[in-house]
Design a protein around this ligand. Structure first.
Ligand code: SF4
Length: 276
């Protein structure tokens, strides 16, 4: 009897399984949300979509996804993706990155990708820590939370990557969580529709390197924490300041604007130079 595949399963390299993520890790949820967003978009398919990732637990996703994929150097996914997009602007280019990869070693590439408004969709899997390299604090580890490099709690202030993306020039900025799977899928799908730099922060649970050290409980408890602390943008905007406690955070489409994307700007330079 032939095996019946669920519709999204064709997007995975099943010969690469089993994956290396820990039991209960949220990375698989975010990866599945990406392929479900791809499936919703009639203009995206496995032949015209490229997945580029950096280094870290999240960035292993590109190896499991059956597209043209690039697993690049630490922090360098956005420059590689920029090269792919400029070489062939017809391609849909998706970047998968983590909080350390994107906002620490890749921080400069991140802000300049936003500034250029290059037509990429960047999905940041935020597990609040460096998981793969042993649980060091990342720029998105919440202040006071523990890491191997912060055994008494991090004293660093935390990057809000969505605010950073907006300030740097991204034209679509959204956030969701591994608990809100359909919402996360919609936020990613919205990014695909934006011609410019789209940034989606996907909060994912890391029970091994972050949750255990910070007594967050089992993976299901970490998902419940997301459920209880994420606030939809419309409700967030009406929330009195005293109820915006440090644990609460807004999800949804946080910012959207129109601006010329980098491919279009670059095309005009080619024309001026007589290249077409
Ligand atoms: Fe997932 Fe954390 Fe394990 Fe990495 S260390 S695979 S992020 S649970």
């Amino acid at each position: 009897m032939s095996e019946i595949l669920r519709s999204y399963e064709k997007y995975f390299r099943r010969n690469r399984l089993p994956h290396l993520w820990c039991p209960g890790c949220g990375n698989g949820i975010a990866m599945k949300a990406i392929v479900q967003a791809i499936e919703k978009n009639p203009e995206f398919n496995q032949d015209n979509t490229v997945i580029v990732s950096g280094i870290g637990c999240s960035s292993r996703a590109s190896g499991y996804m059956d597209f043209d994929t690039l697993h690049t150097a630490h922090g360098r996914a956005i420059p590689f993706a920029t090269g792919v997009k400029l070489a062939n602007p017809k391609l849909n280019v998706i970047v998968i990155t983590g909080d350390g990869d994107c906002t620490a070693i890749g921080g400069n590439h991140f802000i300049h990708g936003c500034r250029r408004n290059i037509d990429l969709t960047v999905v940041l899997f935020n597990n609040n820590i460096y998981g793969m390299t042993g649980g060091q604090a990342s720029p998105m580890t919440p202040t006071g939370k523990k890491a191997t490099t912060a055994p008494y709690g991090s004293v660093d202030r935390t990057f809000d990557a969505c605010s950073l993306a907006q300030a740097a020039g991204a034209t679509y900025v959204a956030r969701s969580t591994a608990f809100h799977v359909n919402h996360l899928t919609d936020m990613i799908a919205g990014g695909f529709n934006n011609k410019g730099f789209s940034f989606i922060e996907a909060l994912v649970q890391c029970p091994t390197a972050y949750g255990r050290r910070n007594k967050m409980g089992a993976p299901a408890e970490m998902l419940k924490w997301m459920r209880d602390n994420a606030v939809m943008k419309a409700a967030w905007d009406k929330l009195p300041d005293e109820k915006k406690t440090p644990e609460k955070f807004p999800i949804g489409l946080l910012y959207e604007t129109n601006a010329v994307d980098y491919d279009t700007a670059y095309e005009s330079v080619i024309e001026l130079a007589g290249g077409k």
